[in-house]
Design a protein around this ligand. Structure first.
Ligand SMILES: Nc1ncnc2c1ncn2[C@@H]1O[C@H](COP(=O)(O)OP(=O)(O)O)[C@@H](O)[C@H]1O
Ligand SMILES: Cc1cn([C@H]2C[C@H](O)[C@@H](COP(=O)(O)O)O2)c(=O)[nH]c1=O
Length: 226
């Protein structure tokens, strides 16, 4: 019985890696699938993992129709047993509805991967529709951490390591490992836009690793523990 499964978590929790592993596992059992992504940070038409894995993929655009994508391949003799859809936060809600019909009417599994909330902790429209329609929602087990050691639950957008709350919802970027903010500024120039996964408490306080470092993280950890 085909299913629509949504794998999610914060940025940097292993979603693209799992997408590539899932594709590998099903192919190795003789199933035939199609890989989709949208604005992967490594570039167009590729699914990339920070672990170094990557694979070519169909680039989703606003006009992509997933039911047509499956039908045209089947008309040309290809079986399509499953779709792997990465970066679903960038898909239109109507495209998520198409994915649900691919499962229900065309009988193909859909494994979707993406983040749910943006840098303002607001739902991406595509992710919201995925939460509403998915058969199963799975939070990835490799949990990103906040600089304070708690599990990270939210994604902050930063400029030179300091959190920002204004700007476009979609800005492709990457998380900077702790302590790399200065390197990033040196590498990419002042005004470097990045992301940082934070616990809800420190996201609310706009307290990134850089600001915590400036304010003496040890004291902040002691305060938090109270
Ligand atoms: N050098 C490394 N060694 C081991 N694990 C790594 C390394 N670099 C990144 N990772 C792992 O890869 C994960 C990010 O993988 P990725 O699939 O790119 O995440 P996402 O797609 O969710 O942003 C991180 O959570 C981290 O655990
Ligand atoms: C929080 C947030 C993220 N993005 C972008 C940044 C990345 O390109 C992707 C997430 O990729 P990952 O594989 O989960 O690391 O989304 C954005 O455009 N807007 C945001 O608010």
């Amino acid at each position: 019985m085909a299913e629509l499964v949504f794998f999610t978590g914060t940025m940097d929790c292993g979603k693209s890696t799992l997408a590539l592993q899932t594709d590998w596992t099903h192919r190795s059992r003789g199933r035939e699938g199609v890989l989709f992504t949208r604005t992967d940070r490594a570039g167009t038409a590729t699914v990339s993992s920070r672990l170094g894995l990557a694979a070519p993929a169909e680039e989703v655009t606003d006009t992509t129709d997933f039911e047509a994508e499956v039908a045209v391949r089947r008309v040309h003799g290809r079986t399509v047993d499953y779709l792997i859809c990465d970066e679903v936060q960038f898909y239109r809600p109507e495209q998520v509805e198409q994915l649900a019909r691919v499962v229900d009417d065309l009988g193909a599994d859909v494994f979707a991967f993406g983040i749910v909330t943006d840098f303002r902790t607001r739902l991406f429209p595509g992710s919201a529709r995925m939460v509403e329609l998915a058969d199963r929602i799975r939070f990835l087990q490799v949990e990103a951490l906040c600089w304070c050691g708690r599990r990270a639950t939210h994604n902050a957008r930063t400029v030179d390591g300091l959190m920002v709350t204004e700007g476009e919802q979609i800005v492709v970027g990457d998380v900077e490992p702790l302590g790399a903010v200065a390197d990033a500024a040196e590498r990419d120039g002042v005004g470097t836009v990045g992301y940082e996964t934070l616990c809800r408490r420190h996201h609310r306080q706009h307290l990134t690793a850089r600001r915590a470092g400036d304010a003496g993280a040890a004291d902040i950890r002691r305060d938090d523990a109270r």
